[in-house]
Design a protein around this ligand. Sequence first.
Ligand SMILES: NC(=O)c1ccc[n+]([C@@H]2O[C@H](COP(=O)([O-])OP(=O)(O)OC[C@H]3O[C@@H](n4cnc5c(N)ncnc54)[C@H](O)[C@@H]3O)[C@@H](O)[C@H]2O)c1
Length: 370
Amino acid sequence: MSDTIGVGLIGTGYMGKCHALAWTSVKAVFGDGPRPRLRHLAEASTDLAERRAGEFGFERASGDWRQLIDDPQVDVVSITTPNAFHAEMAVAALEAGKHVWCEKPMAVHLADAERMEAAARRSGRVAILGYNYIQSPMVRQIEELIGQGAIGTVNHVRIEMDEDFMADPEAQFYWKSEASSGYGALDDFAVHPLSLIRVLIGELTRVFAQQAKPYDSRPTQGGGRRAVETFDIANVLFEVGDVSGILAVNRSAWGRKGRIALQIFGSAGSILYDQERMNELQIYRASGAAAGQGFTTVLAGPLHKPYDRFIPAPGHGLGFNDLKIIECHELLRAIRGEPARVIDFSAGLGIERIVHAMARSHRDERWVRP
Ligand SMILES: NC(=O)c1ccc[n+]([C@@H]2O[C@H](COP(=O)([O-])OP(=O)(O)OC[C@H]3O[C@@H](n4cnc5c(N)ncnc54)[C@H](O)[C@@H]3O)[C@@H](O)[C@H]2O)c1
């Protein structure tokens, strides 16, 4: 493999900046693999593309993402545009022989996600999704603890994902309230907990879901109001074989900023984790003298890989953007043909099928098998 890899970035909003930072830092943090060259950036307009290319350090800028796909110097494409664009952009990139790092969710419609997965298979290129939370050193530690039997046999999981960016009833209508972006909290939020459940517990076998809309309309830029077309809240009962579970997601939960609260209960103990405090986990072991039993807090440090690649000292903590750097490194490992911790398009399609099963369950008011 060459010493460098040409990077293309489509979209430069919240996630676009995270991808740009990851591509800029991955070589310095991990030391191995090719050095990313920031070749081409595309945005919705040429003006914005040129401004961002200057800020992020990309060599070329386009107001038309197809020019980026046609660029022979681009080997891998980061897709960080709104959900409705993912399928068209990912399929085009794969057909042009590029590797793809696409933000979650895969696509709005299941048929599009299936097209993306088929395109990835046909291309033989690496195609992964932005499921950054599975990269957390503490989540890896939880996986290890479960594997070691530290809490016995897992029998119940409860996972909640809450933020408050849509909690204000007067917050302006934007693409996340449009049906073209998907169901709402199911596509936007539930897919993240589903990636964690997939890695830590296994594949969901049955779901029973309810979606809710806290506000019927939101103000528009022009001064009027527009009906909200998506559900900001979803509650789901689920099963992973014999393990029962509850998933609750809410984009309008005042006070919750980046909560992904995970509770895993087993026959010999429990594990708690919350993304808002991503540098610690809590474990309760039902062993020893009962009077001395209680939750122990474990702080992240260099023993929790790959924390050590960022900081040699424990207790200082990683942040959200570091998860994106780890994800970028895993993508590069996959491109080199090495074992990698990623949700590829095939695994991602499994998550999409579960989301659509949840929506069917809500519609039909019954248990559904994905
Ligand atoms: N992995 C995560 O934790 C995480 C967090 C937030 C968002 N996301 C996902 O990332 C994606 C983007 O979300 P965001 O919050 O960054 O959105 P955003 O609105 O901040 O950014 C989207 C960007 O895409 C650009 N864009 C729109 N149409 C385009 C086009 N035709 N060509 C080129 N650029 C175009 C916009 O101008 C904007 O800069 C979504 O799929 C979302 O679900 C993932």
